[in-house]
Structures are given as structure tokens and as C-alpha cells.
Design a protein around this ligand. Sequence first.
Ligand SMILES: Cc1ncc(COP(=O)(O)O)c(C=O)c1O
Length: 371
Amino acid sequence: MDNYSTDKISYGRLHNFSAGPAALPKEVLEIAQRELLSFNGSGISIMEVSHRGKLFDRVHTEALENFRTLLNIPSDYAVLFMQGGAIAQNSLIPLNLLSKNQNACYAVTGSWSNKSVIEAKRYGNITIACEQKPYLSVPDFNTWDIPQHSEYLHICTNETIDGIEFVDLSALKSKLNGKYIISDMSSHILSRQINIDDYGVIYAGAQKNIGPSGLTIAIVRKNLLNQAMPACPISLNWNNVYQNNSMYNTPPTFAIYIAGLVFKWLLNKGAVQTIEKENIAKSQKLYTCIDKSSLYKNNIDKNYRSRMNIPFKLNDESLNPQFLEQAELNNLVGLKGHKSVGGMRASLYNAVSLESVEKLIDFMQKFENSN
Ligand SMILES: Cc1ncc(COP(=O)(O)O)c(C=O)c1O
């Protein structure tokens, strides 16, 4: 421990608004700490055992089952524990789906969905369903162009960088003609109730609401498991991953273990419906603070403001360094906005408590009064 300052570790935790890797529930970290050297009294760490042995098998199965319970995932969907992050899925989606028909359609509603398009273009003929810059709203669904020949429509339902979220897809239904929606839910999965049946594939990197980085979860409708291009890597072929219970190659065992603890924590709290209420309360408080202030502003269309990622700018940008410095002195960290948009961003994931949000609001008001 010589190289580490133990002050913060011993005396309390920071209020962490990082966009990801992000805050994890303290209770989860405490359990992991207790169990680190000897998992379940076994005399060995969960990191040190075979992924095919009894100890890990139980951890893996429980995590999978609890995840299915939390999101109410029907039996005609496979849940895959993978690696490579959400960005790997940007390549794996076309690789796993475009063997017969190379056409797909992408909605560009922010920085992450834009990145998905760039990657997908390496594998298929990609058309753009909608795009409207700067990313401040979701283009009217009636204007979306979804060509008949597209294999699927890809969307990102929570744009982490821009702070745009949309979940009501009913206006798209008449335009889909049987095509499946594929959504990148990296930054809002498990934060609100969703209807899995609305999607063909949902994917998410773990490092926001699920657990530590290293794990990527894909929820895939089983009838979409057999459409991979021959070039799709075997360890990342959805069907192969499914047939091998996510253990074709060594899975990220520690990340799955922590994710499993997060799922239990969430179930104990009252599951997604309870955390959704908390997330509404937290985000409303912060948006109200921003909207009432004359120093801070958030320009996102109020119909599509994200509950998870709240970017805001200071009217006087020269105050940015001071804001961040003073926030840190108040134990508020992870507030610097993404470099592509600047300003600030507060990410209010599941593990960020209402108390942390209130501390942030209190600081923001005091900072405004003194500037
Ligand atoms: C919406 C979204 N998609 C994709 C990514 C990239 O995820 P990864 O770094 O796990 O590949 C992120 C990461 O922050 C994200 O927020």
C-alpha cells in the first residue's frame, strides 16, 4: 500500500459522477473486499479458480438468472456475457447479422451512434435513418428513413456524451415492417424498465450500471443467432457464445462476479422499478437546479434529456477550471465534460445516491452565488 494515499479510502468515499467506469454501490465493494482472499470460505479468491469449476459456475449462473429477472427477459432471448466492450459490438452486429443481406440502417442521434455507423460501414451497406447536428434532440420519428431492404435499424437510446435519451419507440413501429431494432444501451441499461420485445438485440458495456469494465452483455433474440458472416471471429460469434454458455473462451470472471453482486444489490433494493423512481428524482433535481440558475445551462430538448448523463455548461467558460477544482475540494469528482463537447457532465448512474446529487446541487448553488 506504500504508493497509495489511504486517506480517502479510510475516511470516506468521494461523490463520483464519472461517465464510466463509474460509481459502484459501496455495499458491493465491501462484499468484494471481504471475499477477496477467500470466496465463500473456500480459501481461494474467485479470480483464482477455473471458469469451468463449481465455484465460478454458481456465480455465473446466478448472475445470468438475476440479470434476466431484473430486465424480465423472455425465454426467446439469449443473454451473452462477452468481452470487447460496446465498441466491439459495433463490428459484431454487422458481422453477426449481415451474411445474407448486407444492408442496414442507422439513426445518428449523438456521438456514440455516429461512431457505430463508422464501424458498421466497414462490413455492410449502411444508410442513415436520421441525423441532425448539433446533437440536441431526436429528429421527429416521422422523418426517419428506414429503407425496406434494411436488415435492421440501429439506435443508441442513451447518448452518454451528448445527454440524449429516448425510449418510446411506438412512432417507429409502422415504419419497421418486421425489421428488428438494435440498441446500444451501454449507459442506461438497468436504470429504467424496458420492454425487451421491442428489440432484436440490446448491448451494453458493463462499466456504468452493470459492474466493472471488461464485461459486455448482449441480449439477442434467438432467431437472430444464425446469421453470421463466415469472417465473424469464432469467440465473438453470438451463436457460438450462446451454444457455449458464454464460455467458449475464458470469460472475464472477476467482472462477472462483481456484476452478479450489483444485480443482487439491485434486486434487494426493489429491482429496476424502484431504481427508476430514484433516477427520476435525482435527475429532476439536477435539471431543476440547472434550469433555475443563470450560470449553468443544458441545451438538450426537454423531451429527450437523459436521466443518466447530464451535460451542462457554465455561461462563463473561463470559470471551468475553478469549478472543477472547487468541486474536487468538496469531494465531488468525475464532472469534467467529454472533450468533444466541453463543459461539465454529471453522470447519475444507479449507484450514485440522491445524497450525492444533493451535495452536487448544494455546491453548484454556492459556486454560482460566489461567482
Ligand atoms: C453509449 C455508449 N456506447 C459505446 C461505448 C463504448 O463502450 P466500450 O468502451 O465499452 O467499448 C460507450 C462508452 O462509454 C457508451 O457510453
